[in-house]
Design a protein around this ligand. Structure first.
Ligand SMILES: [Zn+2]
Ligand SMILES: [Zn+2]
Ligand SMILES: [Zn+2]
Length: 176
């Protein structure tokens, strides 16, 4: 079903990568192909360490440096976009044919919520224009606490449903 469609999409992305590699005077290698494949299969925001771990599950012989450099190549080729969430790490997400979006980051659990607001985009453009500024790139980041983490604090002494089978310490600081 959707699987075949996905393969075709990967084919296009592989061509883009191959062209970029040629332009750089590099060789196409099985290792780079695998790294690209693994990256395209993720739908999350991955750091180079995350991707290295995922690649290691498939081929232990691929080193971290190769993964790191390949990610840089993917970004240059326009297949990956670098994003930062304020924890000092660089994350990568799919860029090719993916619509622009911005992020909310939960400082409790690290969850990343993607959002897009045409109104906010418009306001940013207007602001830039007002200052005679020509924007080329932006990465809007809202830090805070996600809905689930807020719930966890306010109901810390009640048994969480399903996902969290472990019961918390009885008589927590939240009970009176
Ligand atoms: Zn935006
Ligand atoms: Zn959270
Ligand atoms: Zn994103």
């Amino acid at each position: 079903m959707a699987n075949e469609k996905k393969k075709e999409r990967f084919k296009e992305e592989k061509e883009i990568f191959e062209n970029h590699i040629k332009k750089k005077g590099l060789r196409r290698t099985a290792q780079r192909d695998l790294i690209l494949e693994v990256f395209l299969q993720t739908e999350e925001h991955v750091s180079s360490e995350d991707l290295y771990w995922l690649v290691q599950q498939k081929d232990k012989s691929i080193g971290y440096t190769t993964v790191y450099r390949t990610l840089k190549l993917l970004a240059e080729a326009g297949l990956a976009r670098e994003v930062s969430f304020g924890d000092g790490k660089t994350y990568y997400e799919h860029h090719y044919k993916h619509q622009h979006h911005d992020h909310m980051i939960c400082t409790e659990c690290g969850k990343v919520i993607e959002f897009f607001s045409p109104e906010i985009e418009q306001l940013q453009d207007e602001m830039a224009e007002k200052h005679g500024f020509k924007p080329t790139y932006h990465n809007l980041r809202i830090l805070g606490i996600c809905a689930e983490c807020q719930k966890e604090v306010s109901s810390a002494d009640s048994v969480a449903s399903g996902a969290q089978p472990r019961i918390r310490v009885i008589g927590s600081r939240f009970s009176k």
